[in-house]
Design a protein around this ligand. Structure first.
Ligand code: 3HC
Length: 678
């Protein structure tokens, strides 16, 4: 075996060359890999004795794409296009042998091979759109020539992967190899040579596109229309569509030019920088400062959940879905039955949508043990309390758990605001206590704030983060402060939103400005959805806030069709005149002079204080890093991913200095980090 570079080897198996890429963790196409491939194809071209070449990867996967960490840096090494050309123009057939995930540039390289074989578990995809990009190495021109324009369109705009079986049916893979992949690929290569099969070049075959430009025009129009909502705000999907259109309408080289120019536009834009930031930020969030990555994890083989309401039920589903048994506790049989019924209904609805079978529903429900006895949690490895947000109740529960739970069990609270240290102090084992703040609906939302108490043990913290990952969440570590990272920042936004509607903006204006920015809904739509009467009761209402008055007037939000908006049976909304009158009266009573407020002011007043709060969270060490704050807002509150999160946006778009100056003008206390950087 001859090393071409430190990460690419070339070996001979008789008259078949075997190129092996071994560049952990995911064999991304770094400069070293490209140089290695360049050298290998030169060596193969210079060796007339060779009959075929096989390209295979060591480790967990075939090439998972371009090396994202090189983006935005000066180019180095052989160009990917040159390597692909050398491969496609090779005088002997090249066979790509694929395992793991052939993604992005990885699949684009494989599409330059004359034949592709894979193992049965391999997956194929062009996920560039998720990075705000499009496949820039011929993927938009070659993939439709293999799987058809329609399928390619779906794949490039969603980033969805195709499994080996479908890939075989679509002709993306020529053979699925049983047993050793390299040996199978070599045997396949020998066979095609023996059979005298041609050097199949994907670029030359337009027979599978599915029609010409005129025939496919309605398909593109439908696709744009049916996805308009999902693609709103994003630049990359439309650029991807244009490239697939070019693949249909233009000769290969011309299509490549369109791809190149669209790729460069996206690459130099802020959205791609933002989405790349999010990619790395997500992975960074899993790393816990000051914690040995080898910290031994505690077992989580059974879970107890206290509270079968919306949150408790949603949390339970996460565990049931991945095979972990759950005991769920309520104080009243009726509430318990209702909670269990909701879980069942959610699963049945998913089954009806074809996500899994009815047997699977039963399997999941079979892992659930409902009970009225807290004592039944005595053997649970992890107990999550998800009851009403009240410190006394939580302390009482944790005090009881202290006497019930087995030694070493993790005691977690799903509190969204309260002091985890105070909760922990009601036990004799504060080292076992941690916050696990889920977001509603807890079976869907990906964010999990893991709240590290002053005395939470490293093992408990590491286990909480690992458990989050096991149930498909993105965990972010937060320190103990009121509302943790997400709700604390939300509070800063809500405070301004509430002031704005008294000073002259209408709730619908505030909501529109924020949805135009890219949030799925604005603060008043959110309030209506959550219910205006959360935490409100007629007996104790003091009528001191707008919200109190709305509730007193019978406005409860979407649940009774009346809130800041009126809702019809289809949930279409129109601004509520009743709410408006209440707001105007309230403002008059407080002597507030209403004025016209423009969209820019609404945006700045809602978002700048939020960024400031995020910076204060960093000042106080409550978040480990600015990118963790971004991950919280993207995954828990609908911050548009193409804007990279509030801290990224402040740094790269709005400008920290601009924000700091505006906050000073508003008379707000500006975070030191907002001025100095994070
Ligand atoms: N470039 C650089 N680093 C990458 C990478 C890439 N394409 N893909 C993954 N990594 C790194 C991750 O940052 C992580 O690093 P860390 O351990 O230091 O945090 C490590 O590899 C492992 O990644 P994961 O934690 O994500 O590992 P998983 O096993 O869960 O997932 C994967 C593996 C499915 C390959 C996943 O990493 C992934 O989806 N990667 C991105 C794939 C992608 O987007 N490819 C397209 C790139 S753009 C492109 O190809 C442009 C071309 O068209 C010109």
């Amino acid at each position: 075996m001859a090393a071409i570079t430190s990460v690419v080897d070339l070996a001979m198996d008789g008259d078949v060359a075997v190129i092996t890429i071994d560049s952990p963790p995911v064999n991304a196409l770094s400069a070293d890999v490209r140089d290695g491939l360049d050298g290998a194809f030169r060596a193969i071209a210079a060796n007339p004795a060779l009959k075929a070449a096989v390209l295979v990867c060591a480790g967990r996967t075939f090439i998972a794409g371009a090396d994202i960490s090189e983006f935005g840096k000066p180019p180095r090494g052989a160009s990917l296009h040159a390597v692909q050309d050398a491969m496609e123009e090779s005088a002997v057939p090249v066979v790509a042998a694929i395992h793991g995930t052939a993604l992005g540039g990885g699949l684009e390289v494989a599409l330059c091979a004359h034949y592709r074989v894979s193992d049965a578990k391999a997956k194929f995809g062009l996920p560039e759109v998720k990075l705000g990009l499009l496949p820039g190495a011929g993927g938009t021109q070659r993939l439709p020539r293999v799987v058809g324009a329609k399928k390619a369109l779906e794949m490039v705009t969603s980033g969805a992967q195709m499994g080996a079986k479908d890939a075989l049916a679509a002709g993306l893979v020529d053979e699925i190899v049983e047993g050793d992949l390299t040996a199978g690929a070599i045997a396949f290569a020998r066979r095609i040579v023996a059979e005298g099969r041609p050097l199949k070049k994907v670029r030359d075959d337009t027979s599978k596109l599915g029609g010409d430009a005129a025939a496919l025009a309605p398909m593109f129009a439908d696709f744009r229309q049916s996805h308009a909502r999902a693609f709103k705000g994003f630049d990359a999907p439309e650029a991807n569509i244009k490239c697939i259109e070019a693949a249909v309408a233009l000769p290969f080289e011309e299509g490549m030019k369109v791809e190149r120019s669209e790729f460069m536009k996206l690459m130099s834009g802020l959205q791609a920088t933002a989405q790349r930031h999010v990619f790395f930020a997500e992975r960074q969030a899993a790393k816990i400062d000051g914690l040995d990555p080898k910290t031994e994890l505690l077992p989580v083989k059974s879970v107890g959940i206290i509270g079968a309401g919306t949150m408790g039920g949603g949390i339970a589903m996460n565990f049931l879905s991945v095979g972990i048994p759950v005991t769920i506790v309520e104080t009243k049989q009726e509430a318990l039955d209702r909670g269990v019924a909701v879980i069942r209904r959610n699963y049945e609805n998913s089954a009806k949508k074809g996500r899994f079978s009815m047997e699977e529903v039963e399997a999941r429900m079979g892992r659930l043990t409902p009970t009225l006895a807290l004592e039944d949690l005595k053997d649970a490895d992890l107990i999550i309390e998800a009851v009403f947000e009240n410190m006394d109740i939580k302390k009482d529960i944790f005090g009881k758990l202290d006497t019930i739970a087995r030694p070493g069990a993790i005691l977690a609270s799903n509190t969204s605001y309260l002091n985890v240290d105070e909760i922990a102090a009601s036990t004799t084992r504060p080292e076992s206590v941690v916050g696990t703040h889920f977001f509603s609906p807890a079976n869907v939302m990906r964010l999990l704030e893991v709240v590290r108490g002053a005395r939470t043990s490293p093992q408990v913290l590491a286990t909480a983060m690992a458990t989050g990952k096991a149930i498909g969440k993105i965990g972010v570590v937060s320190g103990v402060c009121h509302g943790f990272i997400g709700n604390r920042m939300l509070g800063a936004r809500q405070e301004q939103a509430n002031k704005l509607i008294l000073e002259g903006a209408r709730p619908a204006d505030v909501d529109r400005v924020l949805t135009d920015f890219g949030f799925p809904m604005g603060p008043f739509q959110m309030a209506d959805l959550a219910g205006l009467d959360i935490g409100w009761s007629a007996e104790t209402s003091k009528g001191v806030t707008v919200r109190d008055r709305l509730c007193e007037a019978g406005l409860r939000g979407q649940k009774n069709g009346k809130g800041f908006y009126d809702y019809d049976a289809d949930r279409n909304r129109t601004p509520s005149p009743v709410a408006e009158a209440i707001i105007l009266d309230y403002a008059a009573e407080k002597g507030i002079n209403r004025r016209s407020i423009d969209d820019q002011e609404i945006l700045e007043r809602c978002l700048y204080p939020m960024v400031n709060e995020g910076a204060k969270i960093l000042d106080e060490g409550m978040a480990q890093r600015a990118s963790d704050v971004d991950i919280v807002w993207i995954n828990g509150y609908g911050w548009p991913v193409y804007r990279g999160g509030p801290m990224f946006w402040a740094e790269h778009d709005a400008g920290r200095d601009t924000i700091a100056a505006a906050l000073e003008r508003m008379g707000m206390d500006v975070s030191p980090k907002l001025k100095s950087g994070w």
